[in-house]
Design a protein. Structure first.
Length: 213
């Protein structure tokens, strides 16, 4: 039995260590990281791109069994082990990591992007496709009357993205970095789009491999 109240207390404690300020000197490389599911396995793929050209420099992946069920607000405890293992395989360390999940747009400021940023000690930005808390006013996301992130529309008639700092990135920089990584016609910023494609491709290969007798 998972004690989510205990995990909630841990999130509240960890949130005191979150840094919402730019703690990077340069941005030469940007990574995207995304996950796919195959049964109880989580496949995490991370793609590092050149920050200017968005050319792919490195791709790594890892597959780790899920240890806890899905519960809104606690995604990091489910997906982070696979993400950390994939990150650990990298030959290069990206300057910024874009994460498919919330940053501080979370009731306790501990979305997936924030939690993994704290664990890895790397600057992270959260890009989510739905809100779990807060209100949007003129494109700005407020939780408890505090500005936590931004609503970004990247394609006409497409659902908006919700961008927020994860860790070691300021509010303004998180928005600018994501906007600079957008490449039509893709909805997601390019490093995250490429990680999404890589995760789905690996899932397809795994499924096809499992049917071979």
């Amino acid at each position: 039995m998972i004690d989510f109240d205990k995990l909630k207390d841990e999130q509240t404690r960890l949130s005191k260590s979150v840094i919402i300020a730019d703690r990077f000197k340069k941005i030469e490389t940007i990574a995207g990281i995304d996950q796919s599911y195959m049964g109880n396995d989580i496949i995490s793929c991370i793609v590092i791109c050149n920050a200017k050209t968005l050319e792919v420099l490195e791709t790594q992946s890892a597959t780790v069994p899920s240890m806890i069920p899905y519960k809104p607000g606690f995604l990091a405890y489910r997906e982070m082990p696979a993400m950390i293992e994939a990150f650990g395989k990298l030959e290069n360390s990206p300057d910024i990591i874009l994460v498919d999940g919330h940053g501080i747009t979370h009731p306790r400021k501990m979305g997936l992007a924030t939690h993994v940023g704290l664990v890895l000690g790397r600057p992270t930005i959260g890009i989510a496709q739905s809100l779990i808390d807060g209100n949007v006013e003129n494109g700005k996301i407020f939780i408890d009357n505090e500005l936590r992130g931004f609503e970004v529309r990247t394609k006409e008639h497409a659902r908006v993205l919700y961008v927020s700092p994860g860790h070691m990135v300021s509010l303004g920089a998180s928005l600018k970095i994501v906007q600079d990584c957008l490449r039509p016609p893709h909805k997601l910023p390019e490093p995250l789009h490429l990680a999404h494609k890589a995760a789905r491709r690996e899932l397809k290969e795994r499924r096809e491999g499992s049917t071979v007798t």
